[in-house]
Ligand binder design. Structure first.
Ligand code: AMP
Ligand code: GLY
Length: 429
């Protein structure tokens, strides 16, 4: 098969790494990829948001399968465009990607189909939003409706903070078009859990459990980020909880999307809170998590390519995936300043030595080659140092052992990725 992966982050490096290992693959491209991805795929200089360019390339090269990594090209209709050309695309149509692209759409769908989620209201007028806040009280959560690169969620401890968030979004236009409409929802308390399922329009197959760390600082403190690390399995995801999530959230959503004429195909990623009343949905994402993908791929024993094809072709009904018992853990190395603005171009040394650490694979999230051939940083999150070992605790030791061999003064990482799983001492899946 000829396969094209769309995207340029650590998630796409992990996908390319797994796909390249499949005996079914003749040629693998990544658009646009990065300097690390170039070890596993041929990088082509087409941006992930260039729907015309990607569709044209896929047709010229007679690509058999396009795997779309990030949400933006999905929301922009890349899967629809490829389908119209008769090219198999892994990832939802634009209509189905609304589950992530509009929080209001997602909440209304959940309400219509009784999927457990936080109580909410949708607003586009500041006065109505403020009246709702005054009536509901704090803590309360204000969310931009559209795609805001993980930044459009404001947790407000007081009503005045919430009122300010409403002004920022609806009056000041801080999030542009994404914040022209907002969702205000009940604050839910409990441990967070991510849940991933492979979906073919009708059937859903849960993946191994994985959890990320969203805050930038040790002890889960500081601003939210795209994710500073991840581990798999996640002890919080017991069989009982996984069953409840499939029964009350994933299957009802897949049925609802089919019934409403937007069949969902691809990865359905549910962000959950485990409340005293059971798991409740915070958000849906229409793609693999990043860096959760970087811990799932190394644990996958089965060939990923037939699974992606089965999801595209509606054939997951009798499909099974096998996972390693070993744990995996990824530590993200980011440029100083992330999640704020960062400088690019600092030289990263020691990657070859680090990659020799037992059980370690380094996924690149944002690297380029300098004129003299060295790896240099080219973004906020730059590397995902990933280790596989018998337990999360051992994987953590291996990952940090590798990181200590990387020479990158302009980079930083959290030193406690996996702490919850290590403290609980337990596996799950
Ligand atoms: P989201 O992008 O919707 O997942 O929100 C980002 C983060 O905000 C989540 O990972 C949670 O930590 C937090 N969050 C979002 N919605 C709520 C809520 N209703 N209650 C409590 N925390 C929330
Ligand atoms: N790691 C969180 C995300 O991919 O959205």
């Amino acid at each position: 098969m000829k396969i094209l992966v769309v995207g340029s982050g650590g998630r796409e490096h992990a996908l390319c790494w797994a796909i390249a290992a499949s005996p079914l693959v003749d040629r693998l491209w990544c658009a646009p990829g990065n300097a690390g991805i170039a070890a596993n795929a041929e990088c082509v200089g087409i941006a992930a948001g260039d729907v015309d360019g990607l569709a044209g390339f896929a047709r010229e090269q007679a690509i058999d399968l396009v795997v779309i990594g990030p949400e933006a090209p999905l929301a922009a209709g890349l899967a629809d465009r490829l389908a119209a050309l008769g090219i198999r695309a892994f990832g939802p149509s634009a209509d189905a990607a609304m589950l992530e692209a509009s929080k209001g759409f997602m909440k209304d769908l959940c309400a219509r189909h009784r999927v457990p989620t936080a109580a909410y209201g949708r607003f586009s007028e500041p006065e109505a939003a403020k009246a709702h806040i005054a009536a509901a009280g704090a803590p309360i959560v204000v969310k931009a409706d559209g795609l805001a690169a993980g930044k459009g969620v404001i947790i407000c401890d007081t009503a005045s903070e919430a009122t300010r968030a409403v002004d920022d979004m609806l009056t000041e236009g801080t999030f542009g078009a994404a914040g022209r409409e907002i969702v205000i929802e009940e604050f839910l308390e409990g441990e967070e859990l991510s849940f991933f399922a492979l979906v073919d329009g009708e059937h859903a197959l849960p993946l191994a459990s994985a959890q990320d760390h969203k805050r930038v600082g040790d002890g889960d403190t500081g601003p939210n980020t795209g994710g500073m690390g991840a581990y798999s399995p996640a002890p919080a995801c017991t069989d009982e909880i996984a069953g409840a999530v499939m029964d009350t959230i994933i299957h009802p959503t897949v049925r609802a999307m089919k019934a409403e004429g937007r069949p969902y195909r691809g990865i359905l990623y549910a962000g959950l809170i485990l409340t005293a009343d059971g798991p409740k949905l915070l958000e849906f994402n229409v793609r693999f998590g990043d860096p959760e993908c970087q811990v799932l791929m190394p644990r996958l024993v089965s060939d990923i390519v037939p699974a992606l094809v089965a999801a595209c072709d509606g054939e997951l009904g009798n499909f099974d995936l096998r996972w390693r018992d070993e744990a995996a853990l990824t530590v993200v190395m980011a440029t100083q300043g992330y999640p704020g603005p960062v400088d690019a171009g600092s030289v990263i040394g020691g990657l070859d030595e680090a990659a020799e650490t037992e059980g370690v694979t380094i996924f690149h999230a944002a690297t380029a080659r300098s004129e003299t051939g060295e790896f240099v940083s080219s973004g906020g999150r730059v590397l995902g140092v990933t280790a596989v070992a018998a337990t999360v605790a051992e994987a953590q030791q291996r990952a940090y052992g590798a990181i200590d061999r990387i020479d990158w003064p302009d980079g930083f990482c959290r030193r406690d990725i996996g702490w919850r799983a290590v403290r609980q001492g337990g596996q799950s899946d």
